[in-house]
Design a protein around this ligand. Structure first.
Ligand SMILES: NC(=O)c1ccc[n+]([C@@H]2O[C@H](COP(=O)([O-])OP(=O)(O)OC[C@H]3O[C@@H](n4cnc5c(N)ncnc54)[C@H](OP(=O)(O)O)[C@@H]3O)[C@@H](O)[C@H]2O)c1
Length: 245
């Protein structure tokens, strides 16, 4: 993906990695539109970051995705990059059937949300030169964090969805990039002060550096994500799983 001159829609850009990436990509010379459910945050973002546009979107709701798609593509017909950042992460206790509620919500947002966004935007993106879909999985989609089983499963599924999408879209103008973040200090599952997670600014700087250095990248894997991303390849899967358990 070229690093500047794009019109980028980040679904799930109201906080954390999505918002920081939006600001970083705007600084690189892109037009950025961020989406999310929290309209008060969207207002704050457009006040604080002139030039960043906003749209309300709930990826759990196909009608909301359609409405957001309509308004974004009408207002920004040059839109050529979609980032499917929306995600939730909660611990689950599989011995208590109450976990099923969290499981269903997690699949709906993280997996179905990604698939629905891709389905809605592919026809538009196919009409644009240099189009890109950036999906967001996780290092724990490669070796699971046992306390968040459904979260891990959705991220592993996003990985394989992206791999398949890349092959199916190979004869179109759309390239597919998967961000595979390690633990990053955001409010996701209360990690904002976690010593074992990467500071958000460091994660964004390394990610943008990798995007700049490798315009044909298919995965963006910062150094901190490599032990999990490559555990199986390196024959260290069981060892890493033990550390995460
Ligand atoms: N932080 C980490 O350690 C880490 C590691 C690996 C992967 N990731 C992934 O990175 C992505 C961003 O997470 P984050 O850490 O930046 O956490 P975050 O600050 O909680 O951001 C999550 C974003 O997803 C949006 N979202 C959640 N449910 C949504 C829905 N139904 N419709 C639309 N947007 C929705 C939220 O916006 P609204 O609430 O305004 O809708 C918010 O903008 C997620 O996919 C996460 O799984 C994070």
């Amino acid at each position: 993906m070229k690093i500047s001159g794009n019109t980028i829609f980040i679904a799930g850009g109201t906080s954390g990695i999505g918002l920081a990436l939006a600001v970083g990509l705007q600084n690189e010379g892109n037009k950025v539109i961020v989406g999310g459910r929290r309209s008060a945050l969207l207002q704050e973002i457009s006040d604080k970051y002139p030039g960043i546009s906003t749209v309300v979107i709930d990826v759990d709701d196909p009608r909301s995705i359609r409405t957001a798609h309509e308004s974004v593509t009408e207002e920004f017909p040059d839109l050529n990059v979609l980032v499917t950042m929306s995600g939730i992460m909660y611990p689950e206790d599989l011995k208590n059937p109450d976990f099923l509620d969290i499981a269903e919500r997690t699949v709906t947002t993280n997996l179905l949300g990604t698939i629905r966004l891709a389905g809605q935007f592919i026809p538009h993106l196919m009409t644009k030169p240099n189009a890109t879909i950036v999906t967001v999985s996780s290092a724990v989609g490669f070796v699971p964090l046992p306390v968040t089983p459904t979260y891990n499963a959705t991220k592993a599924a996003v990985h394989l969805f992206t791999e398949s999408m890349r092959v199916q879209l190979a004869d179109t103008s759309i390239r597919c990039i998967e961000l595979i973040p390690p633990g990053v200090r955001t409010t996701l599952m209360g990690q904002e002060n976690s010593e074992s997670a990467l500071p958000l600014d460091d994660y964004i700087a390394e990610t943008i550096g990798l995007l700049k250095a490798h315009d044909d990248a298919t995965e963006i894997v910062v150094d901190a994500a490599k032990p999990l991303r490559n555990a199986e390849i390196n024959g260290e899967y069981q060892l890493v799983l033990k550390i995460l358990s």
